[in-house]
Design a protein around this ligand. Structure first.
Ligand SMILES: Cc1cc2nc3c(=O)[nH]c(=O)nc-3n(C[C@H](O)[C@H](O)[C@H](O)COP(=O)(O)O)c2cc1C
Length: 170
């Protein structure tokens, strides 16, 4: 069994969640983790796809919101390709590959809108099995850090996914 974990991250919070998920999935599957800029444009050959990104302006980031993050909020880098652009390039699923989505969002204030929900919508259109509920992990402010306990929650979420797939962790 093979899993592909694709993420986007400006300050590194979403990357940390992606790595925590990947590490736990690695107990039951072979895992490839990749940022959106270098991820393959097909999930064929994988048995699970996990996609995570930061919520920007109530949805997945755009070039404009990433530029704003750097210019106005001091983000350390501006990815050329976020999960939105990666999903635009992603080939339709040849089989109904299970896909799980997550995002990171500010803890306060609690705002509507979710990158994960938007990503799930795209994945469903591409023919992935998107039965699992999207998951949100919370950060302090725009730059983080993650709230205490979120990486443990991420690992727990990954265990649930393994259970659903019928894959027992080592
Ligand atoms: C331009 C911009 C817009 C944002 N919009 C939202 C938003 O609508 N809702 C929200 O909860 N967080 C919002 N945030 C906060 C991001 O979700 C936060 O920066 C992200 O979770 C940090 O993850 P990262 O370190 O992986 O980039 C926004 C951040 C930026 C830079």
């Amino acid at each position: 069994m093979r899993a592909l974990v694709v993420y986007e991250s400006l300050w590194g919070n979403t990357a940390k969640v992606a790595r925590a998920v990947a590490e736990r999935l690695g107990g039951g599957m072979e895992v490839e983790v990749s940022d959106a800029g270098s991820a393959p444009a097909t999930a064929d050959g994988f048995d699970l796809l996990v996609v995570g990104g930061p919520t920007h302006a109530f949805s997945m980031s755009r070039p404009r919101t990433r530029a704003d993050a750097v210019k106005s909020h001091g983000a350390p880098h501006e990815p050329d390709v976020g999960i939105r652009e990666w999903l635009d390039r992603l080939a339709p699923a040849a089989a109904q590959i299970p896909a799980a989505v997550f995002d990171t969002r500010v803890d306060k204030p609690r705002l509507p809108g979710s990158a994960a929900k938007a990503a799930r919508h795209e994945l469903r259109s591409l023919g992935f099995d998107t039965g699992r509920k999207p998951r949100t992990f919370r950060v302090h402010g725009y730059e983080g850090p993650l709230l205490d306990g979120e990486l443990e929650e991420a690992a727990r979420w990954a265990s649930e996914i393994l259970d659903q797939l019928g894959t027992t962790p080592d």
